[in-house]
Design a protein around this ligand. Structure first.
Ligand code: HEC
Ligand code: HEC
Ligand code: HEC
Ligand code: HEC
Length: 426
C-alpha cells in the first residue's frame, strides 16, 4: 500500500470517528419514552406449576420491568383492565395482592374493566391499596360510593404530554364509549398523545378508532388468549391487544409522529425470567393470607345431582383392589402437592386437586375435610352415594371425557388418553 493511500485511509478513519463523535456527543439524541402495556390479568397471580412452560406471573413481570427500565428513556406502564376476578374474602385478598403488585410495578394508569365493575364500587373502595390504584374510566355509570379514580390522567414523559383514559365496550353499568372518549379527546393539547385503555372486543375498539380519529393508541383487554399484540391500524390510530392472564408484556416506543405496528414488541413472561424477590414475597403472602383467613370455609356448598360425595374410603369396602391401585397414583396425592407449597387454601387450586370442592359432601378445606383431599374415585365416576346404597344400578361409566375437566390444554398440555389412561388403570 502506497504512503498516500495509507494517509488518505487514516484521514477517512479520522473523519469517520469525528462524524460519530458529532452524533453521539455533539447532539445527544433525546431518549424515546416507551409505553409498556398489559391487561385482562383476571386474578392470575402466578403460573400454577401444573406443567412446565407456563407463562406469566407477578414475580416474573416485576423482574422484566426492572430490566426494561434499565434502558434509557422513561417508561409508562398501563393496564387495560379486568385485573381482579375473585369475589368475597378470597377476592379481597386477591385484589389487595394485585393492587400492591401494581403499585410496586409503578402502574401509571389502569382501566376499570367489566370485572372490576362487577365487584362493585364498595368492594373497590374498601381497601386503601385497591382504591388508590390510578384507575381511569370515562364511561362508567355513577355509583354510590363513587367509583375510585378519574376520567383521564395527563402525564408528561420525556417532554411529551400523554393523556390516558379508559372505557369498557361491554357489560352493564357503562355508557357509550364514543362520546365519552370524544370529550377527553377535546382536552388533549397540540402535540399531545391520547391513549385509550379499552376493555372489550377488538371490533368495538375499532369502531371507537373510526369515530374518534384523534386517538393515537388503543390498548385492548380483549380476553382472547394470544401471544402477540395483534397490532394494526385503523386510520391513524394504532390498536394493540393484551391477551389474557398477563402472560406477556407489550412494549411500544413513543417517537414523535404516528405510531406504527412495527414498533410493537412482545416480551413473554417465561421460565427464562427469574422471580423478582419482592414480588415473589407478595405472591407467597397471598397464599398464606388465603390459608390463614380460611376463605374456603366461607361459601355455602352447592348441591350435587344424583346423590352426594361419599369419599374413596366408602368404596374401599367393595373395591379393595381398585382402591390400592388408585392410592399409588399421583391422583391420591394431589392435595399433598398443594400443601407442600402452602397453597392448599387457594380456591383457584383446590378445584382439580381434591374431591368435589365447593359441593355438598365434597372438600371444604384441608383442616375440615382432609379425607376429601386428592383426585378420588368420584372425581371420575361421579357422586357415589346412590351406588353405595344400591350397587347393582347403573353407575360410573368413566372415559377420556372425564379427564378433560382437569387435564385442560393449559394445565396438562401433554395429556393424551392413550398415554395417561394406562397409568391410572385399576
Ligand atoms: C357395597 C359394595 C359397594 C360399594 C361400597 C361400592 N361399590 Fe362399586 N360396585 C359394586 C358392585 C357389586 C358392582 C358391580 C355391579 C354390577 O356389575 O352390576 C360395582 C360396580 C362399580 C363400577 C363399575 C360399573 C360398571 O358399569 O362397570 C364402578 C365404576 C364402581 N362400582 C365404582 C364405585 C365407587 C366410585 C364407589 C365409592 C363411591 C363404589 N363403587 C362403592 C359394589 C360396591
Ligand atoms: C378432578 C381433576 C382430575 C380428573 C378428573 C383427572 N385428573 Fe389426572 N390429575 C389431576 C391432578 C391434579 C394431577 C396431579 C396430581 C399431583 O401430582 O399432584 C393429575 C395427574 C395425573 C397423572 C399423572 C401425571 C404425571 O405427570 O405424573 C395421570 C397419568 C393422570 N392424571 C391421568 C388421568 C386420566 C387418564 C384421567 C381421566 C380418566 C384423569 N387423570 C382425570 C387431576 C385430575
Ligand atoms: C383445571 C384443573 C387444575 C387446577 C385449577 C389446578 N391444577 Fe394443578 N394440576 C392439574 C393437572 C391436571 C395436573 C397434572 C398435569 C400433568 O401432569 O399433565 C396438575 C399438576 C400440578 C402440579 C405438578 C404435580 C407434580 O408432582 O408433577 C402442581 C405443583 C400443581 N398442579 C399445582 C397447582 C396449583 C398451585 C394450583 C393453583 C394455583 C393448581 N395446581 C390448580 C390440574 C389443575
Ligand atoms: C382419574 C379418574 C378415575 C379415578 C380417580 C378412579 N377411576 Fe375407576 N375408572 C376410571 C376409568 C377411566 C375406568 C375405565 C373405564 C370404565 O370402565 O368406565 C375405570 C374403571 C373402574 C371400574 C370398573 C373396572 C372394570 O373392571 O370395568 C371400577 C370398579 C372402578 N373404576 C372403581 C374405582 C374406584 C373404587 C376408585 C377409587 C378408589 C376409582 N375407580 C378411581 C377412572 C377413574
Amino acid at each position: 500500500m502506497g504512503f498516500t493511500r495509507l494517509v488518505s485511509r487514516m484521514l477517512l478513519l479520522a473523519v469517520g470517528v469525528a462524524a460519530c463523535a458529532t452524533v453521539y456527543r455533539g447532539a445527544p439524541v433525546a431518549p424515546v419514552p416507551r409505553l409498556l402495556f398489559m391487561g385482562h390479568v383476571e386474578g392470575y397471580v402466578e403460573p400454577c406449576g401444573c406443567s412446565e412452560g407456563q407463562l406469566g406471573g407477578e414475580a416474573r413481570r416485576a423482574e422484566l420491568l426492572r430490566r426494561l427500565r434499565a434502558a434509557p428513556g422513561a417508561t409508562l406502564l398501563v393496564d387495560a383492565g379486568n385485573r381482579f376476578i375473585a369475589t368475597g374474602p378470597a377476592g379481597e385478598i386477591q385484589a389487595a395482592t394485585l393492587a400492591a403488585a401494581g403499585v410496586a410495578a409503578g402502574v401509571a394508569a389502569i382501566n376499570l374493566g367489566e370485572d372490576e365493575r362487577h365487584l362493585g364500587a364498595d368492594f373497590l373502595s374498601r381497601d386503601a391499596g385497591v382504591r388508590g390504584l390510578p384507575w381511569v374510566h370515562a364511561n362508567s355509570d355513577a355509583a354510590t360510593p363513587p367509583w375510585p379514580g378519574e376520567v383521564a390522567r395527563t402525564m408528561r414523559v420525556d417532554g411529551q404530554e400523554v393523556v390516558i383514559t379508559g372505557v369498557s365496550g361491554t357489560g352493564e353499568g357503562v355508557g357509550d364509549p364514543i362520546p365519552a372518549v370524544a370529550k377527553v379527546a377535546a382536552t388533549v393539547g397540540r402535540g399531545g398523545r391520547l391513549v385509550v385503555l379499552f376493555q372489550g372486543e377488538v371490533a368495538a375498539a375499532e369502531a371507537l378508532a373510526r369515530a374518534v380519529a384523534r386517538i393515537d393508541l388503543i390498548v385492548v383487554a380483549d380476553g382472547r388468549d394470544h401471544l402477540d399484540a395483534q397490532a394494526h391500524r385503523v386510520g391513524t390510530t394504532l390498536l394493540v391487544a393484551t391477551g389474557t392472564d398477563g402472560k406477556w408484556l407489550g412494549e411500544l416506543p413513543l417517537p414523535r409522529g404516528p405510531l406504527s405496528p412495527a414498533l410493537v414488541a412482545v416480551h413473554l413472561l417465561d421460565e427464562a425470567i427469574p422471580d423478582e424477590p419482592g414480588a415473589a414475597r407478595l405472591v407467597r403472602d397471598y397464599y398464606r393470607r388465603l390459608k390463614e383467613a380460611r376463605v374456603l370455609t366461607g361459601p355455602a356448598p352447592r348441591p350435587t345431582v344424583g346423590g352426594s360425595f361419599t369419599g374413596a374410603e366408602a368404596c374401599r369396602a367393595c373395591h379393595a383392589d381398585a382402591f390400592d391401585l388408585w392410592q399409588a397414583t399421583p391422583h391420591a396425592q394431589a392435595l399433598a402437592t398443594l400443601t407442600a407449597q402452602g397453597k392448599e387454601g387457594a380456591p383457584e387450586c383446590v378445584g382439580c386437586h381434591t374431591l368435589g370442592a365447593g359441593f355438598t359432601g365434597g372438600f371444604v378445606d384441608a383442616t375440615t375435610t382432609p379425607e376429601r383431599g386428592g383426585v378420588q374415585c368420584e372425581s371420575c365416576h361421579g357422586v357415589g352415594s346412590n351406588h353405595v346404597d344400591n350397587p347393582t344400578a347403573e353407575y360410573g361409566r368413566a372415559g377420556a371425557q372425564s379427564c378433560r375437566s382437569c387435564h385442560t390444554a393449559e394445565r396438562s398440555p401433554r395429556f393424551d388418553f392413550s398415554t395417561y389412561g394406562p397409568r391410572i388403570v385399576h
